[in-house]
Design a protein around this ligand. Structure first.
Ligand code: MN
Length: 231
């Protein structure tokens, strides 16, 4: 086949400790999925999970052992960090029951759902779509993928983010309102999942602003740390 314009590159997620990669397909994100974060955003109680999507090329892949860079984005004065456990789908499907959902997960990674909070807030107020606040270029830094089989404790793992060495976010993946299996159950009712789909599962409390020069280091027990500098 011949193309008249350049073909966009595959977004390749490195598999931790190997030379292998996973071609990312779609990036789904869960909103407000930890109770204390829902509260800090002005909501209470358990609501059904809801989703938004980032463009695949918003993934900002940070290779193992290196510090990635994220350019401070345009239009905002309030760029927020959201550290998140990320699930990567290995086997697709639709209407996947929660009891079988983890069999569809190939592995896990650490990600940052970077957010232009001022723009997101303005869109919320006006009842408009969130894309300008969430789906901008480089908005999804992500580290290497670790196979699920190597992560038996991932559903009760400490998750944290430091900025310039100070702890901003700290929680446990056991505090997800909708756990990974339940999230996949809901998500696969709305979209047929496919291999390479990437799911940002939501952020714990403590979201706050970063500025140019800040160094963000995310941690989840069992995964390589994710280091990103805002430039
Ligand atoms: Mn998020």
């Amino acid at each position: 086949m011949s193309y008249v314009l350049p073909v966009p590159p595959v977004v390749a997620l490195p598999v931790s400790g190997t030379g292998d990669h996973i071609a990312a397909r779609r990036v789904y994100c869960v909103g407000r999925n930890y109770v204390e974060h829902a509260k800090e955003m002005g909501f209470t109680g358990r609501e059904p999970p809801f989703f938004f999507i980032k463009p695949t090329d918003a993934l900002n892949v940070v290779p193992a052992g290196s510090t990635g860079e994220m350019a401070y984005p345009s239009l905002t004065k309030d760029l927020h960090h959201e550290i998140e456990l990320v699930a990567v789908i290995g086997t697709g499907g639709r209407d996947i029951p929660a009891a079988q959902a983890l069999d569809h997960v190939w592995g896990y990674a650490l990600g940052l759902d970077m957010t232009r909070r001022d723009l997101q807030g303005e869109m919320k107020k006006q009842g408009r779509p969130w894309e300008i606040g969430k789906a901008f270029d480089q908005s999804a830094p992500i580290g290497p993928v670790v196979p699920a089989a190597a992560l038996p404790g991932i559903h009760e793992a400490a998750i944290s983010l430091t900025v310039n060495g100070k702890v901003r976010q700290t929680s446990s993946t056991s505090k997800l309102i909708w756990n990974v299996a339940e999230t996949i159950e809901h998500l696969s009712r709305a979209w047929e999942l496919q291999p390479g789909d990437v799911i940002f599962t939501g952020t714990p409390e403590g979201v706050a602003a970063v500025v140019t020069g800040d160094l963000l280091v995310g941690h989840v027990d069992g995964l390589p740390d994710l280091s990103v500098r805002i430039v």
